[in-house]
Design a protein around this ligand. Structure first.
Ligand code: PMP
Length: 400
């Protein structure tokens, strides 16, 4: 066979600049380093695999494949399985947000919801406001769309509405992206008054809100807070995203988008171009699971386990991190956010930690503005309380 050089082949045209501009995810690179079985990892945002309802999910797949193989193995509509949309809508309605199945688009995880919104809403150069720090893959998604990403200042409770108001006035952004419940990476939950204030700013100044809520059902203490999508002024301009990743299993890659009709239609067009539709059999199995199994009972088990794991982390942290470190007490979700004393660098510490077979994610990559090198994200869901205790002993050694 002749090689391209022998036939004098010309170089292929260059790749589009956008993936190089955005870069890969440092978090995914860290996960690759920590995949060794001996590592106790506080790094990945991985749901506890031993808690997956494997039997229930297998039975749901068996049932739909046995009873309606010709339907569930066939192409289907872009909007999604009507029975799954109805089941999701019923759960949202029960939790206080009146929703019809037709208000929903089923997506390949909430991550796809973000990409579809970026396609539907953003022109290159448009401004997007984000909490600082925020979910890394949202930064990648908006970056790929060519958006100008503008950080909004936050405190321990999340986004500051006055700062938001000022930035909307000067930057004229298309949208605000936020994770109001048990945020990734900080575990913070935005209080009701701030949600109402965010809705008021969006109404008064004209702004789309993307409310990304994959963790809301993982509350194990305190009271649920109303969605921004239900706050006065925001109803017609909020897109709510969520998924089955944290409540059933992330490998299903099933999520959904709830939003106003015109925007949803634009997302349907973007989805037709992306993947035609989400897997028919996966949607049918999820709908069947919701009909035959008790997701709420399963969630009670998951929440109880995660509460114990968070408490194990909170118990061990004072002896693991250097004196003067601080951290928050999330009421749910999967993450805790810690600050090392000034002068420490969490990225440098990670490299030492990995030699002690323990890992976490430095906070720096999650910042859209100036990064705080002292911050770290600790996930508490993947390991048992005794493994968490052992991981913290190793972390203490890495500091000495
Ligand atoms: N949004 C946030 C805030 C997340 O943390 C994640 C997953 N880590 C996602 C979206 C994507 O989740 P999925 O696509 O599995 O629903």
């Amino acid at each position: 066979m002749t090689t391209p050089a022998e036939v004098g082949a010309a170089a292929v045209p260059a790749l589009a600049a956008r993936t190089a501009d955005v870069g890969g995810s440092p978090v995914r690179d860290i996960l690759a380093l920590t995949a060794r079985p001996e590592v106790i990892s506080f790094a990945g945002g991985l749901p506890a695999p031993e808690l997956f309802d494997t039997d229930g999910i297998r039975a749901a797949y068996d049932a739909v494949l046995r009873e309606s193989p010709r339907q569930v193995l066939q192409y289907s509509t872009t909007e999604g399985d009507p029975s799954l949309r109805a089941a999701v809508a019923a759960r949202l309605t029960m939790r206080g947000l009146p929703t019809d199945g037709d208000d929903l688009l089923i997506t390949g995880g909430s991550q796809q919801g973000l990409s579809l919104l970026a396609s539907a809403l953003l022109e290159p150069g448009d401004s997007v406001l984000v909490e600082d720090p925020t979910y890394l893959a949202a930064l990648q998604c908006f970056g790929l769309a060519g958006a100008r990403i503008i950080p909004v200042p936050t405190d321990a409770d999340g986004i500051l509405p006055e700062a938001l108001d000022a930035l909307v006035a000067t930057e004229r952004p298309k949208l605000l992206y936020l994770v109001p419940n048990f945020q990734n990476p900080t575990g913070r939950t935005l209080p009701l008054e701030r949600r109402q204030a965010v809705a008021e700013v969006a109404a008064r100044r004209g702004l789309w809100i993307v409310e990304d809520d994959p963790y809301g059902e993982l509350r194990f203490s305190g009271q649920p807070v109303q969605w921004i999508a239900g706050c006065a002024g925001a109803e017609d301009r909020t897109v709510l995203l969520s998924s089955f990743s944290k409540v059933m299993a992330p490998g299903l890659r099933l999520g959904w988008l709830r939003g106003p009709a015109e925007l949803r239609r634009a997302c349907v067009i973007a989805k037709q171009a992306a993947d035609l539709h989400t897997s028919t059999v996966d949607q049918a199995a999820a709908a069947r699971y919701l009909a035959d199994c008790d997701l709420d009972a399963h969630l009670t088990t998951v929440r109880n386990a995660y509460r114990q794991r968070r408490d194990a982390l909170l118990t061990g942290l004072p002896n693991a991190l250097p004196p003067g470190s601080t951290w928050n007490h999330p009421e749910g979700g999967m993450f805790l956010w810690a600050h090392l004393p000034t002068g420490h660098n969490a990225t440098a510490l990670l490299h030492r930690a990995i030699t002690h077979n323990v890992a976490f994610v430095p906070g720096a990559p999650f910042f859209a503005g100036e990064a705080d090198p002292t911050t770290m994200r600790l996930s508490f869901t993947t390991h048992t309380p005794s493994e968490i205790a052992e991981g913290l002993t190793r972390l203490a050694k890495a500091f000495n």
